[in-house]
Design a protein around this ligand. Structure first.
Ligand SMILES: [Mg+2]
Length: 249
């Protein structure tokens, strides 16, 4: 039976210094055991492609908090899609970035406090603010379905309400809030699970994350794992590997 591991990136595969060295050997073993590893992050397509290559993963991935599912061409026999590129069949669940930027402005006007989005910052400013390299910050600015932002002197509850009144959602990640449509990691994982089932029959699913925006994803998998802030990043991964090796589902 096919095992599919859905995983967040920041704080789950990547430690606080954006290093994946502790988790990479475990992911390599999971892939060797024929598990699929699906990166499911608030990061952009370009950023995820970078980590996916670095981790030698060739499975589909989910970008920008469930904004879109990217399925490599010929990965599945049967898969529906909304858009195609040379490399991928793409299932789109999010709202286009241009619309989100307009809405961020309305929310800002309605709140009367400071909201600073990636679209308001230069690449260098994003690098400085996030601790990413300038190259990675440039990729992080290539948004398609979501806008990360930070707040200064804003009431969080009011923020959630104001976004909702605009027909949008705000979710809290590790470093930033994210403005997005109804899409979340959970909807996207459910959608991709259906495609896996169509192609592989019965599957077993594992999920791993470390933040509030991972909870919808952890709700829809057979075996959820949550990395606590105090734990080294590879702690849940050791448990996941043991589960897959022992087939203890
Ligand atoms: Mg995270």
């Amino acid at each position: 039976m096919k095992t599919v591991v859905f995983t967040d990136l920041d704080g789950t595969v990547l430690d606080e210094k954006y290093s994946f060295q502790d988790v990479k050997p475990i992911i390599t073993q999971l892939l060797f055991l024929d598990a699929a590893v699906v990166l499911c992050s608030s990061k952009t397509r370009t950023e995820i492609e970078f980590y996916r290559r670095a981790l030698s993963i060739s499975d589909p991935f989910i970008s920008e908090n469930g904004g879109a599912i990217f399925v490599p061409k010929n990965y599945f026999k049967v898969a529906g899609f909304d858009r195609q590129t040379r490399e991928y069949d793409i299932i789109e669940l999010g709202i286009p970035y241009v619309e989100l930027r307009k809405k961020l402005q309305s929310i800002r006007d309605g709140m009367g406090c400071k909201l600073v989005g990636f679209g308001d910052m230069s690449t260098e400013e994003v690098a400085k603010d996030s601790g990413l390299s300038v190259e990675l910050a440039g990729w992080a600015k290539q948004r398609e379905y979501g806008e990360p932002f930070r707040i200064v002197d804003c009431n969080e509850e009011q923020l959630f309400k104001t976004a909702k009144a605009e027909g949008l959602h705000v979710t809290k990640g590790d470093r930033y809030y994210h403005l997005k449509g109804k899409n979340d990691k959970g909807n996207a994982v459910m959608r991709l699970k259906e495609v896996y089932v169509k192609n592989f029959g019965q599957i077993r699913t594992i999920g791993v994350g470390n933040s509030a925006n991972d909870l919808p994803m952890l709700d829809v998998v057979d075996a959820p794992f949550f990395r606590e802030k105090t734990e080294p990043v590879d702690v849940p991964w050791k448990k996941i590997l043991a589960k897959v090796v022992n087939q203890s589902f």
